[in-house]
Design a protein around this ligand. Sequence first.
Ligand SMILES: [Fe+2]
Ligand SMILES: [Fe+2]
Length: 144
Amino acid sequence: MKATELLREDHEKIRDLLERLKLAGDKEDLLLTVEKEIKIHSRLEEELFYPAVREVNGAWVDNALDAHQQVEELLEDLIDAAEEESEFEQKLIGFEEHLNAHIDEEEGKIFPEAEERLEDQLDPLGAEIHQLRGDLEEEWREAA
Ligand SMILES: [Fe+2]
Ligand SMILES: [Fe+2]
């Protein structure tokens, strides 16, 4: 599977998790899953996908790395607020806004350009992403 297809699937999964989080009474397990999925997804992009994108546009990658940093900080805040219903709701809105803006940037601009200009790299990159995801999931299981 192409790298961009795998990464789009991740986005879809993360969006679904956030929808579930809005309705969940007990948030703890879901938050842990959100944290795991976002951190794994960011690593896959940072280690494998973005280095290839840098050949197309370095500034896009720099912006994307900043966005990852910000999303991760907001996520830490969100996790810290898990016990406070109203604070949590507020933080979830802010978190989702930042996350969606970044996902839109990738799906609307970076991925289509990569699909055009890095076409022959996307299948091998997809295989590497699949492999690294397996390793990272193993790490999370061991740490749990
Ligand atoms: Fe990203
Ligand atoms: Fe992404």
